[in-house]
Design a protein around this ligand. Structure first.
Ligand SMILES: Nc1nc2c(ncn2[C@@H]2O[C@H](COP(=O)(O)OP(=O)(O)O)[C@@H](O)[C@H]2O)c(=O)[nH]1
Ligand SMILES: [Mg+2]
Length: 223
């Protein structure tokens, strides 16, 4: 039996998504709920990173997850197995979420009382970068097998993120990924971005990332 809902979300009818996103952010601030928009290409490790993040933080804060996908509910099953509140959102073919779709997701999830909500956005390095979801922070994952040249190819995505997780560092020996070159390229586009090399699979580096996230929740709730 499924212990999560599946919700078909509809694209916003508003012509000013940025305004809707600002309104949603203000509402979430009132509720002390930090919303993270997690983006990456398919397969770079969003769901695996979510599981290790949840396991590190679930005993100290209330966490909710929104899994967005064009179709399927495999990711929501994985998250539900951690015991975390989760909803699967279907985007009706859309390759991104706007603020209105995110709001529908939060209502479907029942986000009252949560300290941290993470949206796993649709796997794609292009469209999600163009739409403000209303999240307080944008986080992206670049995985080692994708190559260190991706900041050159998808500059907008790297420019709008507060955090870059470089995942699958356990596989570094099999690829010619240059961590220093990737970091230099990203910092040139976005000098303030925080970069955390991690392996969601072995747990290496995950503590530095979850420490950052714990601090972000505290800042959001206390400022
Ligand atoms: N070697 C290795 N594999 C990983 C790591 N993180 C995720 N994977 C694998 O990469 C594949 C895609 O991961 P998933 O979390 O589903 O990616 P998503 O599509 O971005 O949500 C799965 O086979 C994971 O087991 C990692 O840190 N190291
Ligand atoms: Mg996933």
């Amino acid at each position: 039996m499924k212990n999560f809902k599946i919700l078909e979300i509809k694209e916003g009818i508003f012509d000013n998504n940025n305004k809707e996103a600002d309104l949603l952010r203000a509402e979430l601030k009132q509720q002390n709920n930090l919303l993270i928009n997690l983006m990456s290409s398919p397969g770079s490790g969003k769901t695996t990173t979510l599981v290790s993040t949840i396991n590190a933080l679930k005993d100290e804060m209330k966490i909710g997850v929104m899994e967005a996908d064009i179709d399927s509910d495999v990711d929501a099953h994985t998250i539900a197995n951690t015991g975390t509140k989760v909803i699967q959102l279907h985007t009706g073919g859309m390759c991104h979420l706007d603020a209105e779709m995110t709001k529908q997701g939060l209502e479907g999830l029942g986000s009252e009382g949560l300290d941290l909500t993470i949206l796993e956005n649709v796997g794609n390095l292009v469209c999600p970068a163009e739409f403000d979801t209303g999240a307080a922070k944008n986080v992206m994952i670049l995985s080692v097998p994708e190559g260190d040249d991706k900041p050159l190819k998808y500059p907008l995505m790297f420019s709008i993120c507060d955090v870059l997780l470089i995942n699958k560092i356990d596989a570094m020996g099999f690829f010619d990924f240059d961590l220093e070159a990737a970091t230099t390229r990203v910092k040139k586009l976005n000098p303030n971005i925080k970069v955390f090399p991690i392996s969601a699979k072995t747990g290496e580096g995950v503590e530095a990332w979850t420490n950052w996230l714990r601090g972000a929740v505290k800042d959001w709730q206390e400022s």
